[in-house]
Design a protein around this ligand. Structure first.
Ligand code: APR
Length: 238
């Protein structure tokens, strides 16, 4: 397997599959998070209006896990950080993941399109703030000082993803687009491959299995991210 050109601008889209081997559950695989939880109850504005404490509990548990000793960046995150360091052209990572494992691995140019577990938002001022603690309905907001105004800074179903103008610009300019560990069922991320491809980018998909968008890619690398991403990075840097 080889790349027949030297890329100058790489855009990498990551999903839950890249963090799976770090112990963070994906959403739609067997034993995925959406098997145990009703999406609309814990990941929609309507669910939050109905039962904010339930939603806080869901994200508090996920934040606690991320901050615990059990979760670390894996070889796939580390390989991407090395790629960013050694690659001579432009590189950015667009992640749907709300964990910070790319940053922990050393990646610098990371765009969180679905928000971040370690941030909270004031619903009154719209201000986003760093947060490592549990949030409850009665937690006072550090910016407006009121209770009941804090929510996880996460993009829920029905909400518009973050940084879309920047993402579309990157996708229109890249010559290599790589998608890692995402099922390709959630839009707009699922159509990034088409956007990149229509602008002439070579597109590679890395996944444990075929996805419903696999046919849109020029190359499919099948296997666990911890192995395939390292091989792909070697290929790009060689
Ligand atoms: N290596 C590579 N790929 C893997 C691995 C692994 N070790 N483990 C799982 N995968 C793949 C699965 O085959 C699947 O295609 O990762 C994908 C995970 O898919 P989803 O659970 O649907 O996660 P994702 O695509 O990131 O979901 C998108 O949906 O609910 C929302 O907001 C949430 O950001 C999330 C969005």
């Amino acid at each position: 397997m080889n790349l027949n050109f030297n890329p100058q601008h790489i855009v990498i889209l990551t999903g839950a599959g890249i963090s799976a081997e770090s112990g963070i559950r994906t959403f739609r695989d067997a034993n995925g998070l959406w098997e145990d939880h009703d999406i609309m109850e814990v990941a929609s504005p309507q669910g939050f209006d109905r039962d904010p404490e339930l939603v806080h509990r869901f994200y508090n548990l996920r934040r606690q896990q991320l901050l615990s000793d059990e979760v670390h960046p894996n070889q796939a995150h580390l390989s991407l950080a090395k790629l960013e360091e050694d690659f001579k052209g432009k590189l950015s990572i667009i992640t749907q993941n709300v964990d910070n494992l790319h940053e922990q691995a050393g990646s610098k140019n990371v765009i969180h399109m679905h928000g971040e577990l370690l941030r909270m938002k004031c619903v009154e001022t719209g201000k986003s703030l760093l947060n490592k603690r549990d949030i409850h309905v009665e937690t006072p907001c550090p910016c407006c000082l009121k209770t009941g105004n804090l929510r996880p800074d996460i993009v829920w179903f029905g909400e518009y993803p973050m940084h879309m103008a920047k993402i579309e610009e990157e996708l229109s300019q890249c010559d290599l687009f790589i998608s890692i560990g995402t099922s390709g069922v959630v839009y707009p991320a699922a159509m990034f491959v088409q956007l990149a491809k229509s602008n002439g980018a070579y597109c590679i998909e890395v996944n444990l299995e075929q996805t419903q968008v696999s046919d849109d890619f020029d190359m499919h690398m099948q296997g666990p991210a911890t192995e395939t991403v390292e091989n792909l990075v070697k290929l790009i840097l060689s």
